[in-house]
Design a protein around this ligand. Structure first.
Ligand code: ATP
Ligand code: MG
Length: 421
């Protein structure tokens, strides 16, 4: 029979790596919650319409990357390719955007039918943050302060740089789009194939084409910054001033545009050179028009998402992981002879008294040598050995597995005290 395999581009997380993922996820959760953000969860499957109306019909995501199918009722549904649309849908549905501000975060798998490669998967994971009801640059700055703190906590601040741009109001962008299309249409034959196609459908995306000829051609093109409306200009200046005051460095990249249609004003990406072509670890921006576009009242909003797989790769690449993430056991309890019930009771006592310790009980019997081999392989620092003699005396033996120290036979009270250090 053919061996069953996971779908291409969809990874399993194995026990050896889950400690690292938990470390990353809990560090992010601690940082964002230290700014008062609350977690939200929403379904992985949504009506296809939600993504078409938010991300945009002519984006790469909607045109060719979505996992879309009809459910048994014939309704078109899509595995979410990103979280912002669902977050807006959920907040709107539950009245969370009415006359109030929101700061929320979420995490989970996203699905895009892309060509799998390093840092690019078909099921990948994002941690996202969205804020609603705040129109000034202060909240944009808060998000960037928060990400900078997170990179410091993770020890990767020196490996990432912040790229910043503003896309202006939708009217400013439309005027710029016309000027850009006029310029590029005259030089269409010099554009790469993708960019030629985008000239009709999504011309702003040409700005971040990876093609060298196209980039050279863009040097003479009209600049978005010359088309900005005053309000967007002031917003951007305000943001830069706050980042300067906070000591957060950034590069203004006038060609930074995002692959989703809903952005306006601020857009940003944190990028690294350590991961090859897939160098964007976190990306986001302002999307003041989206809530209204999805049927709500006009609501200013700004958010971002980070790619968990890429952050994991970066942590590994930079070797900034705390020690012991692959270890899951501190104490291994060995039962010699007919004392399994007492050994379980002792393990429970250790867990009661010292809840921070991870205690594994040997199961499956076997002689002393076999059990000690398991104790060693578990990665535990110490083995607690219980035999019939120990049970009779109300004692247990503490054996050090990683240090050259004599073993000790102790009363249970003393054992707990010894394990505490
Ligand atoms: P890219 O330009 O790298 O394709 P994107 O603009 O499509 O990114 P967003 O939709 O803004 O990405 O998603 C935010 C983050 O999620 C990205 O910066 C990246 O870290 C991560 N990400 C996006 N697509 C994938 C994928 N297919 N596999 C793994 N991570 C991804
Ligand atoms: Mg993409």
């Amino acid at each position: 029979m053919k061996k069953l395999q996971a779908i291409r581009g969809m990874n399993d997380l194995l026990p050896t790596d889950s400690g690292l993922w938990q470390y990353l996820e809990s560090t992010v959760a601690d940082v964002v919650q230290s700014y008062g953000y609350q977690e939200m969860r929403f379904p992985m499957l949504e009506p296809t319409e939600l993504f078409k109306r938010s991300i945009g019909e002519v984006t790469d995501i909607v045109e060719k990357e979505m996992y879309t199918f009809d459910d048994r009722n014939g309704d078109s549904v899509t595995l979410r390719p990103e979280g912002t649309a669902s977050c807006v849908r959920a907040c709107e549905q539950h009245g969370l955007l009415y006359n109030q501000t929101q700061r929320v975060w979420y995490q989970g798998p996203m699905f895009r039918y892309e060509r799998p490669q390093k840092g690019r998967l078909r099921q990948f994971h994002q941690i996202g943050i969205e804020t609603f009801g705040m129109s000034g640059p202060d909240i944009d700055a808060e998000l960037l302060l928060m990400t900078a703190r997170l990179w410091r906590e993770l020890g990767i601040i020196d490996a990432v740089t912040l790229q910043l741009n503003t896309l202006g109001s939708s009217a400013a962008r439309a005027a710029y789009r016309d000027a850009l299309v006029a310029y590029l249409s005259e030089r269409k034959d010099q554009l790469d194939e993708d960019s030629q196609r985008r000239l009709d459908s999504n011309p702003l995306r040409i700005l971040d084409s990876k093609d060298a000829n196209t980039q050279a051609l863009l040097n003479g093109a009209p600049a978005l910054h010359d088309y900005l409306d005053d309000e967007s200009r002031e917003h951007f200046d305000g943001l830069k001033a706050m980042l300067d005051a906070a000591g957060i460095s950034y590069e203004v990249n006038p060609r930074l545009v995002r692959g989703l249609d809903y952005y306006s004003k601020t857009v940003f990406e944190w990028v690294t050179t350590k991961l090859g072509a897939q160098g964007t670890v976190c990306a986001g921006g302002r999307y003041d028009g989206l809530v209204e576009q999805l049927g709500g009242k006009p609501t200013p909003a700004v958010g971002f998402a980070m790619g968990v797989e890429r952050l994991v790769l970066l942590l590994q690449e930079l070797q900034v992981l705390p020690e012991g993430l692959d270890r899951s056991v501190d104490v291994y309890v060995v039962a010699m002879g007919d004392v399994q019930p007492q050994a379980f009771a002792l393990a429970e006592q250790i867990r009661n008294g010292l809840p921070h310790l991870r205690v594994m009980s040997h199961c499956g019997g076997g002689n002393f040598k076999k059990q000690m081999k398991k104790a060693d392989a578990s990665g535990a620092d110490v083995a607690v050995i219980l035999g019939e003699d120990e049970v009779a005396q109300g004692q247990a033996t503490l054996k050090f597995l990683r240090e050259d120290r004599p073993q000790q036979t102790l009363a249970v009270e003393e054992l707990l005290r010894a394990l505490q250090d």
